[in-house]
Design a protein around this ligand. Sequence first.
Ligand SMILES: [Zn+2]
Ligand SMILES: [Zn+2]
Length: 234
Amino acid sequence: MIRLERLVVGYLDTNCWIIAPDLPGRQPALMIDPGDDPDYLAAAAASYDVIGLLITHAHADHVLALPALAESLNAPIIGHPAERKVWAAELDHLQVHGYLDAGTATAELVAKGNAPRPNPAVPLWDGRLDQEIDTPTTLALGPLAVKVIPTPGHSPGSLSVHVAGHLFTGDTLFPGGPGLTSPDYHLTDFDAIMTSVRHLLTYPPTTVIHPGHGADTTVGTELPSVESWQTRGW
Ligand SMILES: [Zn+2]
Ligand SMILES: [Zn+2]
């Protein structure tokens, strides 16, 4: 019913996804989180008609390949308008520090001499969104209904995507808990992310969760832990 390709890119091993109907012949596809390495992603997308590039949020590790792919694939950029201020903060950090903010991984990357920086040969996104989504919205992908759901908390305009028993949660929900929120981490909100996580965990237990980094999990695996996450506060 659905074909999924996971492509791991960039300094935080971001999961970029290609979603398409599992039908013979050339199919329309949605790409989620083109985080880096546009040539690699463009090659992977070449056998599809990419109808959109959707960002779950605008942290740099999810968007660095956006402008190059929007041009080479002639595909619209889809995201939540509240992410413009997230991207502006990312660019400010780059300006002030000379490298990108990678959340809790930043200090370790800098200490190893791997401070995250954009590839100077790749254009930086200008924050342009061709389609803004700020309420639950269903996109047609051939016979598939792709539901895009605002799930704020890790960032104010974080989006998750539900299609055919699969949830793409960006940095909102991982195996073992919600994504990063912290009083020290700009524009994050723990109460908001817990509301978002509780909503995502209302999908059936067999629903597969694909986070923005690392391994998959399921709703049924994570649901029993939600009160412990609330109590611990992260
Ligand atoms: Zn993030
Ligand atoms: Zn991320």
